[in-house]
Design a protein around this ligand. Structure first.
Ligand SMILES: NC(=O)c1ccc[n+]([C@@H]2O[C@H](COP(=O)([O-])OP(=O)(O)OC[C@H]3O[C@@H](n4cnc5c(N)ncnc54)[C@H](OP(=O)(O)O)[C@@H]3O)[C@@H](O)[C@H]2O)c1
Length: 272
């Protein structure tokens, strides 16, 4: 979809972090915004921040884990905006912890929020998009979805799920006029869930600015790119090394400090 000016986007996770930055970048491109997340204050703060752009902005406090909330959200957005041209599945959660210390409800909540909600929201917007022969869906995965991280395996599983689901659906949607993309950022500095840790990532992981993620979202729509990895390196090389031999990546994770980074974060999380 080369021209996104005047299109309507439903953006999840719009109350803070990367969602706020993506909202700003979309608004600059002239995209009208339906912002959703649970925190109304956070949504209003984002709306205020992007208000200077000449676009329509409305906020919809909702829990995307809950199906009746999703239905109401879609109904309200369609009634206010007429149609949804772009769905940006950005909302996500993470709990870095040893697998057996992770309460089963946390495992379910992560899968519901990171994987099931984007899949079902997409299922809900797709029929209209297909009828119009136009639309685009972007989901926020992670480099962790291309290579499982220790103490973060459930998160990695949800993000890997998003990647393969997007790949399959992209083939199915070919020629329909509806595009689908997945963005895989590594660690992002300055804002978002990783910035909250206030820690330097291991050298091997690299670190990106939030603007790079927002630019990738827009580029994926405009250029119909199926998957974009956002990482300055060398971590983006890991999936290629994995394809040669998984032992190489395992070795790099151990000696590049990735394993230790996540272990320490899990230890810190357990203290709080
Ligand atoms: N930051 C990174 O380094 C990084 C790297 C790779 C991938 N990612 C991915 O990028 C996306 C955005 O992450 P972020 O760093 O911006 O995280 P964040 O700052 O923690 O923001 C997460 C967003 O998701 C929303 N959310 C969480 N659970 C929700 C629910 N049940 N219903 C509705 N909204 C919900 C939150 O809003 P409320 O709490 O107000 O509901 C918030 O707006 C995520 O999918 C994340 O996995 C981030």
């Amino acid at each position: 979809m080369e021209n996104i000016r005047g299109k309507n986007a439903l953006l999840t996770g719009g109350s803070r972090g990367l969602g706020q930055v993506i909202a700003r970048f979309l608004a600059k491109e002239g995209v009208n915004l339906a912002l959703t997340a649970r925190s109304e204050d956070g949504l209003n703060a984002t709306a205020e921040e992007v208000a200077r752009e000449n676009v329509q902005i409305k906020v919809y406090p909702a829990d995307i884990m809950d199906h009746p909330s999703r239905e109401k959200l879609l109904e309200d957005v369609k009634s206010d905006f007429g149609k949804i041209d772009l769905l940006i599945n950005n909302a996500g959660i993470v709990w870095v912890a040893g697998y057996v210390s992770l309460a089963p409800t946390y495992i379910e909540t992560m899968i519901q929020t990171n994987l099931i909600a984007p899949m079902l929201l997409t299922r809900m917007v797709l029929p209209d998009m297909l009828n119009r022969g136009s639309g685009h869906i972007v989901s926020m995965s992670s480099l962790g979805g291309k290579r499982g991280n220790p103490y973060d395996a459930t998160y990695s599983a949800t993000k890997a799920g998003l990647i393969e689901w997007t790949r399959g659906l992209k083939l199915e949607l070919a020629g329909s006029g509806v595009g689908i993309s997945v963005i895989c950022p590594g660690f992002v500095a300055e804002s978002g869930m990783f910035a909250e840790y206030n820690k330097k990532p291991p050298w091997i992981s690299g670190e990106s600015k939030p603007a790079k993620v927002a630019e990738a979202v827009i580029r994926s729509i405009q250029k119909e790119i199926g998957e974009i990895v956002v990482n300055p390196g060398p971590a983006w090389l890991i999936p290629f090394l994995d394809a040669i031999h998984p032992g190489i990546a395992n070795w790099l994770y151990k000696f590049g400090g990735v394993y230790e980074f996540y272990r320490k974060q899990a230890e810190d999380n357990q203290k709080h």
